[in-house]
Write a protein that binds this ligand. Structure first.
Ligand code: HEC
Ligand code: HEC
Ligand code: HEC
Ligand code: HEC
Length: 592
């Protein structure tokens, strides 16, 4: 008898343990939530609220404050602004503008450098589907103008700049300074003569605030002057001569050569990176630059090799093989003692990378190694480089009722996409045969209304799902909204004329007889049945014919890749088939 009780007791304990754990966990959560929330229980919060990154930067780089800050970007690939498909998304130049503006308003001179690859000519807008080259070009141009608004100093010549082609980028650079285009190992005398690019960029950061209060960044005769519109203090405690060089290494050039063999003339213009740097230094060193930056297109091994050969390089911004919203800085071996007496010396050197698509910005502060007052004149002042990556999160988002010069340019972009009618360009040249259309040439996209009579349940589910709202979302939520003139009236539009958005927000956009525009094909607005099932026109005509409906059959098990073509990591990082499918799952109607 007692044995039985004993067993029951053990069993009860075993059963009760998980319940107790769950109860404890729930209790703990309740406690944490309520305690954290409530001044009712404890008059202060346990967890510190996440800090404003700018506040944080201003605080950490406080005493001593930076003499100036170098801001690094690169490999933006035309990502001017997050698409807004999912939240949160990082990146965008509007936000970068807000960040830089705040740092400048705090009195820090911020100098911007872009590694290159502002745009990407062969951009994919969806798995395996390239963008219209004209649209990529427009994005490049807008990106450049945005950097102009940000008063970025330099854009390096990267592989994408060479593809665009280079002459085009040079023309843009010539007419929109700053930034200036820099390539140290490119020898193109006529273009150099014309001022279309520089082999190095040198400028002086003045120490005299009274000199030119609104244009305190003096620029060497080698480039146009930098104007600061809002007049933040752009002076340092001492004068600085800052130099920026840029090279494409042999490893990158070899890839390009294989890619574009017909550009032989261009490839001949490139010298080996180390030889070019050596000869640039030969003429540069006479002007005793204080801080030297290298924009580097190559591997990090190549960057390190250059760093150890040229110990006068202080910061190298190198290519990032990863597409992440992060960046990092590695320390390079410290510079050897200079042979000549110098007024400035650096304690450390950095190799920086900033990821792709403008998601993050790398900041390097040049700060004296000790707080002022400085050591006696004649002795070199020690400086150090402090690195910090800033992710461009929604914290920097400009409120929707506000604007900044970058947002204005983004509106200009949306307007140009409409005005130049890229949508028409797309539907007249890009729509190809759907695999089913190759088999059954008459198969056309019919639209959801054509199915409703027979597949009521499926159509009901669809109408209640967000897929039916996908086109409307571009009008309503697509950012930024901009004004266009149509038939003598001013109309506000969103992103509904942009093929790069329509491709996932309408039906059959990639294929013949698919979406053309809202007037001609109103039945193909939104992500309709046929994006998953294929063009069903023949089936609508001959509903009983198995050879027309069988190819339309799909299974939940095999559809994931179709979902992921739109719900890709860029546009929907949270996609989870198990959670998403039940929201749109539909059944066959019961046969009458
Ligand atoms: C590769 C496919 C794809 C492309 C290209 C795409 N989107 Fe999306 N978009 C999606 C998906 C998938 C969602 C739904 C994401 C979710 O629910 O988390 C979405 C959602 C949205 C939403 C949110 C709608 C709502 O109801 O809140 C907006 C706004 C949007 N997209 C705008 C755009 C704009 C603007 C562009 C072009 C710059 C664009 N999309 C390009 C796939 C795409
Ligand atoms: C006139 C009625 C009718 C119309 C209109 C119609 N269907 Fe069908 N559909 C059928 C019949 C009948 C079948 C065949 C067998 C069945 O009941 O599954 C079928 C089968 C299908 C199947 C395969 C179902 C399975 O068993 O997996 C799909 C998918 C489908 N239709 C999609 C569509 C789409 C999309 C449209 C609109 C573009 C459409 N149908 C329009 C009557 C219709
Ligand atoms: C996002 C993709 C997607 C969209 C959009 C979609 N379907 Fe389907 N549909 C599927 C998948 C996947 C299945 C297979 C479901 C399964 O295996 O349970 C399916 C199944 C069906 C079936 C057969 C159901 C059964 O029980 O055999 C019909 C009929 C159908 N869909 C019609 C439609 C119609 C009509 C629309 C538009 C109103 C539509 N579907 C929109 C993916 C989609
Ligand atoms: C042609 C592109 C495309 C395909 C294919 C596609 N979707 Fe979507 N999906 C979208 C867009 C665009 C939205 C956002 C529409 C909006 O919010 O206005 C969306 C929204 C959704 C939503 C609503 C999400 C939310 O945040 O509320 C679910 C759920 C969903 N899709 C599931 C699926 C599943 C499951 C599949 C595959 C069976 C699939 N989708 C295939 C483009 C697509």
């Amino acid at each position: 008898m007692s044995k039985v009780w004993e067993r029951l007791a053990i069993l009860a304990t075993l059963l009760a343990t998980p319940l107790v754990i769950v109860a404890l966990a729930l209790g703990y959560r309740w406690w944490v939530e309520h305690v954290e929330e409530g001044p009712r229980f404890i008059p202060r919060r346990f967890s510190m609220p996440t800090q404003d990154p700018v506040e944080q930067i201003l605080r950490t780089w406080h005493a001593p404050a930076p003499e100036f800050v170098l801001a690094f970007s690169g490999q933006m690939y035309g990502y001017l602004q997050p698409c807004g498909c999912a939240r949160p998304q990082v990146g965008g130049l509007e936000r970068r503008y807000e960040l830089i503006q705040r740092l400048r308003q705090a009195g820090w001179p911020v100098l911007g450098f872009d590694l290159g690859d502002l745009g990407r000519l062969r951009q994919e807008i969806k798995q395996g589907i390239p963008a219209l080259p004209e649209q990529s070009r427009l994005k490049y141009e807008i990106a450049w103008k945005m950097l102009h608004q940000l008063q970025w100093q330099v854009v390096g010549v990267g592989p994408e700049e060479l593809l665009f082609p280079l002459e085009e980028v040079m023309a843009l650079a010539l007419n929109n300074k700053p930034p200036v285009l820099v390539s140290t190992n490119l020898d193109w005398p006529e273009m150099l003569e014309a001022g279309a690019y520089l082999q190095y960029f040198m400028f002086e950061l003045s120490s005299n605030p009274s000199e030119q209060p609104s244009a305190a960044v003096g620029v060497s005769e080698k480039s146009a002057s930098l104007k600061t519109k809002d007049g933040p203090r752009l002076t340092a405690r001492r004068s600085w001569r800052i130099v920026c060089l840029s090279v494409i290494q042999e490893s990158e050039l070899a890839k390009l050569r294989a890619d574009l063999p017909h550009q032989a003339e261009l490839w001949k213009r490139f010298r080996p990176a180390d030889a070019a740097l050596a000869s640039a230094w030969h003429s540069l060193s006479r002007s005793h630059p204080d801080c030297v930056i290298l924009l580097h297109h190559g591997t990090s091994e190549e960057a390190r090799a250059l760093a150890s050969r040229f110990d006068w390089l202080h910061v190298i911004l190198s290519r990032d093989p990863t597409d992440v919203a992060s960046s990092l800085a590695e320390t390079l071996p410290p510079p050897s003692r200079p042979a000549l007496p110098q007024t400035v010396s650096f304690e450390n050197r950095l190799l920086v990378r900033v990821g792709h698509k403008g998601k993050a910005l790398g900041l390097v502060a040049v700060r004296p190694d000790h707080a002022p007052p400085f050591p006696s004149p004649g002795k070199a002042t020690q400086y150090r480089l402090d690195y910090r990556m800033v992710e461009l999160t929604e914290r920097f988002e400009l409120p929707s009722d506000k604007t900044n010069p970058v947002r204005e340019l983004m509106k200009e972009y949306v307007y140009q996409v409409y005005e130049r009618n890229f949508l028409k360009e797309w539907v007249s040249h890009r729509q190809v045969s759907h695999p089913l259309q190759s088999e059954q040439p008459g198969a056309t996209f019919a639209g959801v209304q054509a199915c409703s009579e027979c597949h009521r349940q499926a159509c009901q589910v669809w109408s209640n799902s967000k897929h039916s709202q996908a086109y409307a979302a571009l009008i309503k939520y697509g950012q930024p909204q901009t004004a266009i003139q149509r038939e003598g009236r001013t109309v506000i539009i969103g992103r509904q004329y942009d093929p790069e958005c329509l491709i996932c927000h309408t039906t059959g956009f990639e294929y013949k007889t698919g979406f053309r525009n809202a007037q001609e094909t109103p039945q193909l607005l939104g992500n309709g049945c046929e994006n998953c099932h294929g063009p069903a026109g023949l089936h609508v005509q001959f509903p009983k014919e198995p050879k027309y409906w069988q190819p339309l059959k799909r299974t939940a098990a095999a559809i994931t890749n179709t979902c992921r073509a739109c719900h890709d990591p860029e546009n929907d990082p949270h996609f989870d088939f198990a959670k998403y499918w039940p929201q749109i799952a539909h059944k066959k109607d019961p046969t009458p």
